[in-house]
Design a protein around this ligand. Structure first.
Ligand SMILES: Nc1ncnc2c1ncn2[C@@H]1O[C@H](COP(=O)(O)OP(=O)(O)OP(=O)(O)O)[C@@H](O)[C@H]1O
Length: 306
């Protein structure tokens, strides 16, 4: 059995999860950057990892791709704790050789990666009007991102991990990048995990959401399930405590005699003085991120535990 077929076998035996973290934690000089991180990601998803600055996103990503060793717990990728040959990673600063031309960068990639798809890489760069002769150091920030992303895609990975790929892109380029990611998933079943602050770009792009806040997982789950499982309840402020005692309240805001409660898995019927509304993705994310204590550290994953 080859290494790849062992890994593929492992992916199947890991309950269909491409990635599974259990009690994962990282401490830097006595301070926890990430703690008690347990989650699993099914294959073929586009996963958005969101969280405020310093939430632990890069730390989690670096442990996933094998650049950092956990202080506690473990993360398994395709069922294995080590070995990341089916993973491509684009780091936040998109490290490329400035002195190389784009063509030389592609040649370098082809030399290093046995499964390299050169035709796709050239086609993609031509579609993006990025000249192969241009030195990488002379490209714009957005063009560098596109070159780094093209190299990652040309490796034909089963898991593509990107740390803030959208940060230095204009709205059109962000759209192109997210469309490219979705096409990779559709064509090759690649699982994509990317961190982002650009919450407005997530809708219509990702279908799985992981929210980190102050080193803890607030939420991890299917995007549609998450949106459907939350409701915004509005009603008289004096009855808010009574509702909060019965239902899992994620966040509450008071305005005069009116209270608004974001509730997870609300069990009807509720007090008839209260009304219940659906909540959009952006409002849901912002509400969680505003309160680091919101949301029990719980995995909504559909992937069964081992
Ligand atoms: N090498 C390091 N040494 C010490 N502390 C670190 C180190 N790397 C990260 N940290 C700390 O760990 C915490 C999480 O950092 P991390 O870079 O993972 O967050 P992030 O969510 O990616 O942030 P951002 O959105 O700003 O990129 C922060 O408090 C950060 O200061």
């Amino acid at each position: 059995m080859t290494a790849n077929s062992v890994a593929a076998q492992s992916a199947v035996t890991d309950g269909g999860a491409v990635l599974r973290a259990s009690g994962l934690g990282k401490r830097y000089r006595g301070v926890w950057a990430l703690r008690d991180c347990s989650l699993s990601i099914p294959a073929g998803r586009v996963v958005a990892l969101v969280g405020p600055n310093g939430a632990g996103k890069t730390t989690l990503i670096h442990m996933i791709v094998g650049l950092l060793a956990p202080t506690e717990g473990e993360v398994r990728v395709f069922g294995a704790a080590t070995g990341r040959d089916r993973v491509a990673f684009v780091a936040q600063d998109k490290p490329l050789y400035n002195g190389f031309s784009v063509a030389e960068t592609l040649r370098f990639g082809r030399t290093l990666n046995p499964g390299w798809d050169d035709a796709m890489a050239r086609r993609r760069l031509a579609d993006l009007d990025i000249p192969l002769r241009r030195k990488v150091g002379a490209l714009s920030g957005g063009q560098r991102t596109q070159v780094a992303l093209t190299i990652a895609l040309a490796k034909r990975p089963d898991l593509l991990v990107l740390d803030e790929p959208l940060a230095d892109l204009d709205p059109l380029a962000r759209h192109d990048v997210t469309r490219g990611l979705m096409a990779a998933v559709a064509e090759h079943g690649t699982t994509v995990l990317f961190s982002s602050h650009v919450v407005s770009d997530l809708e219509g792009t990702c279908d799985w959401l992981v929210m980190l806040n102050r080193g803890r997982v607030q939420v991890s789950g299917d995007l549609d399930d998450l949106v459907a499982s939350h409701r915004l309840l509005t009603g008289p402020a004096e009855a808010a405590d009574e509702i909060a005692a019965r239902l899992p309240v994620v966040a509450r805001t008071m305005s005069g005699r009116q209270a608004s409660l974001l509730v997870r898995d609300p069990a009807p019927p509720i007090d008839p003085r209260w009304s219940s509304h659906a909540i959009g993705l952006n409002d849901l994310i912002v509400t969680y991120l505003r309160d680091p204590r919101a949301g029990a550290p719980r995995d909504l994953s559909a992937v069964p535990a081992e």
